[in-house]
Design a binder for this molecule. Structure first.
Ligand code: SF4
Length: 213
């Protein structure tokens, strides 16, 4: 990457990390996704039940296969072949997992987390329940403020996510949000973490690479 770009990205990520810390989150900056995976492994302990949010970022770290091969119980509702009932159970189990791994839709430079969710399992698991939550975010998730976060999520994240999941919603065709009333609307819950929820233990890993949507 161009050195100047790298410098700017690092500055912004470090600023977000400092702000997140001042809001009672644990937060760190790492350069690469491999570094992020190494950080996560520090929190993996024997016999943990690990919840996984619907997150491309986490999958890009390539640790889920390794966890499964080592015999960890993974609550991953994107696992192929699950029935509707199993998906529902897996989503519920994420909320009481020992460790919940996910990404976040946007991190503001003021140290807030912004997520827009479809079913609510991801947002729920980041407010109460799991023993520890680790959220990984690439530099592309950094925004100025909450307003920009919502705009970005609805006009960039949601259209890409909808296309990826083959969801029949207007933004998947138009490439922008039209605040639809589609029965498949994926934007149903907007959650802003202004500070760490009181009974949670959340680590946010900010990565100097583009990850997820
Ligand atoms: S409200 Fe509808 S059109 Fe807008 S981003 Fe969400 S799913 Fe897409």
């Amino acid at each position: 990457m161009d050195q100047n770009k790298e410098w700017l990205i690092e500055m912004r990520l470090k600023k977000a990390v400092e702000k997140l810390k001042s809001h009672e989150f644990e937060a760190i900056y790492v350069k690469t996704k491999e570094d992020a995976a190494k950080e996560i492994w520090k929190y993996i302990h024997p016999k943990q039940r690990i919840g996984v949010g619907g997150s491309h970022t986490i999958r890009e770290l390539r640790i889920l296969d390794q966890l499964e091969a080592k015999g960890y119980i993974l609550y991953d509702h994107w696992k192929p072949g699950l029935s509707k009932e199993e998906v529902l159970e897996v989503r519920k189990s994420q909320m009481t997992s020992d460790l919940f791994l996910s990404s976040v839709n946007a991190v503001t430079l003021n140290g807030e987390l912004v997520n827009i969710d479809f079913a609510g399992n991801r947002t729920n698991a980041t407010t109460y329940g799991p023993g520890k939550v680790i959220l990984v975010a690439g530099y592309n998730k950094i925004v100025e403020d909450v307003q920009e976060a919502i705009k970005r999520i609805k006009n960039v994240t949601a259209p890409l996510r909808a296309r990826d999941l083959n969801m029949d919603v207007p933004c998947a065709k138009l490439g922008k949000c039209v605040d639809c009333n589609s029965p498949n609307r994926i934007c149903r819950v907007v959650m802003i973490h202004e500070r760490r929820p009181f009974l949670t233990d959340i680590l946010i890993i900010m990565v100097g690479e583009e990850l997820g949507y």
